[in-house]
Design a protein around this ligand. Structure first.
Ligand SMILES: C[S@@+](CC[C@H](N)C(=O)[O-])C[C@H]1O[C@@H](n2cnc3c(N)ncnc32)[C@H](O)[C@@H]1O
Length: 334
């Protein structure tokens, strides 16, 4: 594991020199049409933002307070008011419709895709996949170190995009932040309940008001999000100026359908690195990619997605040895 300054990213890119074609095409996550369905969890508990969220979604509270919560308040911006209650599980009346110039770009209909691949594997992910690394003093891929080093101690709401079962909530809270989670999969979120305040939503349409959160994290999700560059733009929208995003993802150079990691000391890079296509190809059937598929961006494309979103890359981190499995990035909204 090692921290890197930005200048070293080029060398990493050069190490993964592969030129063949992987012809598999990228499946599109369907946005087929249901009514906006972002759902706030009513059993959330936590301080500050979390308390507001809990008040906004079930517990009695003065009505004006509900928009203090960035997750809840975001649902009130940039689009027509929902017809009945503000979500399927929230008994409160619809939030007031507010629209500002800065939020105008979010005035699209916020459909949650009707399918969430992780619903099918949520129990396996929580009870088998994650248990392999639980209880170890250090995460084998360095995810804990990446969060500690790059997110660090802080205060205020920290939005985890693609929070899954809420595996990292306790650690984020331990660093002083108030974790809030968003995920597409109801199955994954069913395990996250009780670990952090949650909302079901698509990461490209975050139910969060603009410039509301101090920090955001994405942990092992970018390969699940074919529209990750759009997600990064959405993250920029919800971050406060000066707020930071910590991205922890599979290493684009050494992980993917093109990489055979069956010998961890001698990772073989095959065709596909430069193509950036969606694939379910994997060297193992014990992981996630063979079950739900994965997107891939060559290193420069991933870096450019941050820069194009208006996020300034500050620090880098590699986790996993001897050949890194994880590349983590801290980027700041200017
Ligand atoms: C590999 S899991 C990671 C979960 C968690 N961050 C962790 O480290 O355990 C990827 C997660 O991303 C979520 N996800 C995929 N596409 C999404 C999207 N468009 N919007 C929100 N969440 C999404 C999945 O439902 C899943 O929970």
């Amino acid at each position: 594991m090692a921290s890197h300054r930005l200048g070293q990213t080029r060398r990493l890119g050069e190490q993964a020199s592969v030129a063949h074609r992987n012809r598999r095409r990228h499946p599109k996550i369907t946005q087929r049409g249901r009514a906006p369905k972002a759902t706030l969890d009513r059993r959330t508990r936590s301080s500050s933002v979390g308390e507001t969220l809990a008040r906004g979604c079930g517990a009695p509270a003065p009505t004006p307070a509900r928009h203090d919560n960035p997750v809840h308040a975001g649902r009130a911006t940039g689009r027509p008011p929902p017809r009945r209650s503000c979500s399927l599980s929230c008994p409160l009346p619809p939030p007031t419709y507010r629209r500002s110039i800065t939020d105008r770009h979010t005035a699209y209909s916020r459909h949650v895709p009707s399918t969430a691949p992780y619903d099918e594997i949520a129990d396996w992910y929580e009870h088998e996949f994650l248990t392999r690394s639980r209880g170890l003093s250090r995460h084998p891929l360095g995810i804990d170190s990446a969060l500690r080093d790059l997110l660090g101690a802080g205060k205020g709401p920290c939005l985890e995009i693609g929070c899954g079962t809420g595996e990292w909530a306790a650690m984020v809270r331990g660093l002083g932040w108030t974790p809030i989670g968003v995920d597409l999969s109801a199955g994954m979120l069913s395990h996250a309940r009780g670990r952090l305040p949650i909302a079901q939503a698509d990461a490209v349409h975050l139910p969060v008001t603009s410039s509301a959160v101090a920090a955001a994290i994405t942990v092992m999700v970018h390969t699940d999000m074919p529209r990750y560059p759009d997600v990064l733009r959405e993250v920029t929208r919800v971050l406060r100026p000066g707020g930071s995003l910590v991205h922890v993802g599979v290493h684009p150079c050494f992980c993917g359908g093109f990489a055979d990691r069956s010998d961890t000391a001698a990772v073989m890079i095959g065709p596909g690195y430069l193509d950036g296509n969606w694939t379910t190809e994997s060297w193992t059937n014990q992981g996630v990619r063979d079950k739900v598929g994965a997107a891939h961006w060559p290193l420069p494309d991933l870096m450019h997605a941050f820069l194009d979103a208006g996020l300034m890359i500050e620090r880098l981190f590699e986790g996993g040895a001897p050949v890194p499995t994880v590349l983590a990035i801290r980027a700041r909204k200017q």
